[in-house]
Design a protein around this ligand. Structure first.
Ligand code: AMP
Ligand code: MG
Length: 323
């Protein structure tokens, strides 16, 4: 399998979904409504999921799709205005879309894990999107519990040429690349294989509730990390590691969320992108992430992504500093 048809479609639809996000950000600044779990969601989250699912329905109608969003919330009468904006935004990308189409496309993301499936997060890092920081349109293809293809569109990611906006793309066995968001040649990316902890960067979420900073600081001290942590919202953290701008990322469940499991769509594309760039991704015990069990990584405890060279050292430090 070389996944060329999957790659072409994935690139096309994440680019289109990212454009929708940028349009929404420019028009309403990413105004949010609250989901049942009180986390924010915007017109762009729903619109981007509709675009991604529509493309997958057309390209691979037999593949289940598991996306973060669901259109049930939009049935509330007070959200009629939001629903209308979503429809209008999707129609800018797909002029023939009817209101019913848009709702059906969003709900196409309610599929179930199978031998082969797609998982997507239309905006990972919605809080970053609202703040004008990093966010990612995330899409991955999983087969046999292993991520085979991952794409991350990161419209705010800073580039070497001074511009912003990168797509990270990897196919298992074929390497990892970055592509400017507005198009251009794919450039191979590699992790930075440095191993002297005095010269390495950890990377972490901006949201302090998403990982245990107490454990992370203890691990930093144990390893002799002097530069400390860069902070970034979303799966863009995996892109930063894959292109050598950071060296490791730990996601350690907080004591109050003990037993809380990570969502598959919050990690899947990042795993193959970092691994194909020469890095390594496991859980905090060194087990491979198992994408075969459902919408959560139920067989795993937290996540560790590194440049590969330092992986076992960070695992050892984690095992000595766990709560
Ligand atoms: P990040 O930008 O890395 O903080 O990741 C954003 C993602 O974190 C969101 O898409 C949520 O699904 C996820 N999330 C929300 N609450 C938690 C939590 N308590 N622990 C871990 N992840 C969380
Ligand atoms: Mg997410």
């Amino acid at each position: 399998m070389n996944y060329q048809a999957e790659k072409e479609l994935a690139l096309k639809i994440v680019t289109e979904a990212a454009k929708l996000c940028q349009r929404v950000q420019q028009t309403d600044g990413g105004k949010a409504v609250k989901k049942a779990d009180t986390s924010p969601v915007t017109v762009a989250d729903f619109g981007a999921q509709a675009i991604l699912c529509q493309g997958l329905i057309e390209g691979f109608p037999h593949d289940p799709v598991i996306g973060e969003e669901d259109a049930t919330l939009l049935q509330q009468p007070e959200l009629a205005g939001v629903r209308q904006q979503i429809i209008e935004q999707v129609q800018e990308s797909i002029p023939t879309a009817t209101p019913d189409n848009v709702i059906d496309w969003i709900n196409w993301g309610n599929g179930e894990v199978a031998q082969r499936y797609w998982t997507l997060d239309p905006i990972d890092g919605t809080r970053g999107f609202i703040r004008g920081n990093q966010y990612a349109v995330a899409l991955a293809l999983v087969e046999g519990g292993e991520v085979k293809l991952g794409v991350l569109a990161c419209p705010a990611f800073p580039r070497e040429d001074g511009g912003k906006g990168l797509i990270f793309l990897a196919i298992r066995g074929q390497g990892a690349t970055e592509i400017p968001l507005e198009g251009g040649n794919p450039l191979p990316i590699r992790v930075d294989p440095s191993f002297n902890f005095e010269q390495l960067y950890r990377i972490e979420s901006i949201e302090s509730s998403h990982s245990d900073r107490g454990v992370q600081s203890a691990v930093d001290r144990h390893l002799g990390l002097t530069y400390g942590a860069k902070q970034m919202d979303s799966l863009a953290k995996y892109g930063a590691i894959a292109k050598g701008e950071a060296h490791f990322y730990t996601r350690v469940p907080l004591p109050q969320f003990k037993g809380k499991k990570e969502n598959i769509w919050d990690h899947a594309p990042g795993v193959v992108i970092v691994e194909e760039a020469g890095g390594k991704v496991t859980d905090l015990e060194g087990k491979p992430l198992d994408f075969s069990v459902g919408t959560k990584l139920s067989n795993n405890h937290g996540v560790l992504a590194t440049n590969g060279v330092i992986h076992s050292q960070v695992l050892a430090a984690l095992s000595k500093n766990w709560v």
